[in-house]
Each structure stands twice: as C-alpha cells, then as structure tokens.
Design a protein around this ligand. Structure first.
Ligand SMILES: Nc1ncnc2c1ncn2[C@@H]1O[C@H](COP(=O)(O)OP(=O)(O)OP(=O)(O)O)[C@@H](O)[C@H]1O
Ligand SMILES: [Mg+2]
Length: 336
C-alpha cells in the first residue's frame, strides 16, 4: 500500500498509509475502536475505494483497476468477517461450498472433497448439516474460516477472529491460525483487540492511531518499543496518550505526567506450529529482518539477535547477549 487515504464525505478516517505485507507472514493490525481497521480491510478487497494512493497485489493497482480485473483479484483473498457472515438459511456445508459453486467450475464431487478437507482443518467434521443459528459463536468463527480458505487464497484477512471467544478457544484459534499459515504459506492480516494474540501470534505488527498507521514492523520492534502509544496499546494500560475517546485531552495527560513510568515487559515467545515443523515464512523473514537490523532501535536489535540459534548468529556474524543481559547498554553488532 502506498500513500493510501480514506474519507467518508468530509470525515477523514486515515491518510497516508504506506506499508508492505511480507509474503506468507502473519501480520496483526491493532488500534483503538473506530480508527478504521475494518475500513482498511474493506479497502484491501476493493469493497471501499480509497480516494488517494495505491494498493498493489502482484502488479495490479486495486485502486485504479477495472471492475472485471478487481473481480479476478478478489479470488486471491479469503476473508473472515467479524461475525462469520454466514448465510443463516444455509447449513455449514453449503455455506463453505458457496465460493466454490460461485467462482469455480468444480463438480459436486470435487466440491465435497474440498469442503470436507477444510471442515476437518477447522475441526468441524460431522457438523455439515447444522445451521449457523444452531451452533456456538466459536463454531461460527471456524466455519467462517473454513469458507475463507476454500479457494486456497494467497491473502487471508481476519477481522477480529477472536472477539467473543473465551480464552481457551482463543488459544485454540491462534494455534489453528499458525498451523494454517504453515500449511498454506499464505499472507495473513489479522485485526484483533486481544493483547495476548498480538504478543504471541504475529511476525509483524501494525498500529492504527490518530488517523494514520502509527507504526508497522517486525514483532520485536513493536513489542520492545517504549513509544507511548505502542507501549500503552500492546500492554493494555490505562496510562498513556490513548484515552476513552481515542486521544486524551491535555488535562488528562497533565494529570498523569510525573506518574510512574512503566518498564516495557519482556517479550513472550511466538506461537509455533503444533507439529514441531517450521513455517516457510520464518526463513524468508529471517533474511528480511537481518537485512534491516541496523535500521532498528537497540532494544529491537537485541531481541532479534537473542532469538537466533548459535548457527544463525554465526551465519549472520552477530553475537547477542542472553536474556540476562537484557538491560545492559547497547550491544555493538558488526555492520555487514
Ligand atoms: N460505510 C461507511 N460510511 C460512513 N462512515 C463509515 C462507514 N464505515 C465506517 N465508517 C466510519 O469509519 C470509522 C472507522 O470505522 P471502522 O469500522 O473501520 O473502525 P474499527 O477500527 O474497525 O473499529 P472497531 O475496533 O470498533 O471494530 C468510523 O468512524 C465509522 O463510523
Ligand atoms: Mg472493526
């Protein structure tokens, strides 16, 4: 995305949003309620049109392309809407088969195999005949996910897949997302308000705040950041520049000034695939992140180097401190 801006009438939602989602990686988008995350996802699939900027998928600019091209490009996307957006009068099987019947020429036997595979993936085998109204919220999310995956999308957008789920189901869903990313090597963009999800699931994190994309980068950059907005959001604190109606006013901020300064807590480990394997994105990401290491703040550099295996450290010619040295002053890394 390059220089993207979206307004409704005279009300600007966000402007000048630019970033690149690295292929096959898991990206999480955070931000206070009403900052335009859902609007952003809708722009990405061409349901809403930004008035400025470009969205490149391969070599096509979604903002400027013709409607037949947009229709083609949309097939590369899978979308899990916030409420699952299932058709209430169709059973789960027909809901999940819908995109295949609509967008492909596959016969019913082929469709049956694909639907069975996706339903097994999300743990819904045996629930084919149930109607959306007869199942729990968690099951609806998983059915929505199966439907989002049915065309083997290159890019999957999730709008709050974990909202309304209990902590145990959220943990299962996050594990499922990691395992799906391993199985598909598709690019994931997940909007969430769940801090634990943000701390453990993504390769990269973005934060929407104050009508722009305040920061987007590797998880180590945001999770070690002491930027007031980023640290407040990623640690779910009341103290900081974000208030109930997005931005605190001067009085509220002044009342807090001089209050306790919070230390950035240590990073939690990232969720790994259940089968002990490695996601294809991990190797590509390592190259990418090591290539930008020297552009990152010291704390992020240290977190990245600490996450490397001894062999990787040797390969990239860096010596990181161990976790005990977390608070020591800057470690010097040789420049390539
Ligand atoms: N179709 C629309 N027409 C006019 N305004 C809209 C439309 N869709 C969204 N908005 C406005 O755009 C802003 C961003 O809405 P959006 O739903 O993207 O927020 P969000 O970040 O997803 O919030 P939440 O975290 O609560 O889901 C809001 O002020 C909303 O009222
Ligand atoms: Mg939303």
């Amino acid at each position: 995305m390059q220089g993207l801006s979206k307004s409704f009438g005279r009300a600007n939602v966000w402007s000048d949003v630019s970033f690149t989602m690295p292929r096959g990686e898991i990206n999480v988008l955070l931000g206070p309620s009403g900052t335009g995350k859902s609007v952003f996802l809708k722009c990405l699939i061409g349901l809403l049109k930004p008035e400025k900027g470009s969205i490149f998928i391969h070599d096509t600019d979604l903002v400027k392309c013709k409607s037949d091209k947009l229709y083609e490009i949309r097939k590369l996307f899978g979308v899990l809407f916030q409420d699952g957006a299932l058709f209430g009068s169709m059973n789960l099987y027909d809901n999940i088969a819908f995109p295949l019947r609509e967008h492909t020429k596959k016969n019913e036997r082929e469709i049956r195999d694909i639907v069975a595979e996706k339903m097994a993936m999300v743990g819904l085998t045996g629930d084919e005949k149930k109607l959306p109204g007869e199942i729990s919220g968690g099951m609806r999310k998983r059915a929505g996910l199966a439907r989002a995956l049915v065309l083997d999308p290159e890019i999957v957008l999730f709008d709050e897949p974990d909202s309304g789920l209990d902590p145990v189901r959220t943990a299962y869903l996050n594990q499922l997302i990691v395992d799906l990313n391993q199985a598909t090597d598709s690019t994931f963009l997940i909007v969430t308000h769940d801090i634990n999800t943000a701390q453990t699931l993504p390769d990269n994190i973005g934060i929407m705040y104050h009508k722009h994309l305040a920061m987007f980068g590797p998880r180590e950059l945001l999770l070690t950041s002491d930027d007031p907005v980023v640290a407040q959001f990623l640690n779910g604190r009341k103290e900081g520049p974000i208030g109930m109606s997005e931005e605190k006013d001067a009085d509220e901020q002044a009342a807090e000034a001089g209050g306790a300064k919070f230390a950035v807590p240590p990073m939690k480990p990232q969720l790994l695939p259940l089968d002990g394997g490695t996601r294809a994105a991990v190797g590509r990401r390592l190259e990418r992140v090591m290539g930008m290491l020297h552009e990152l703040p010291d704390r992020a550099q240290r977190a990245i180097v600490e996450s490397l295996s001894p062999t990787e450290r040797q390969r990239f010619g860096v010596n990181g401190g161990s976790a005990q040295h977390r608070d020591e002053p800057t470690t010097e890394f040789p420049r390539p």
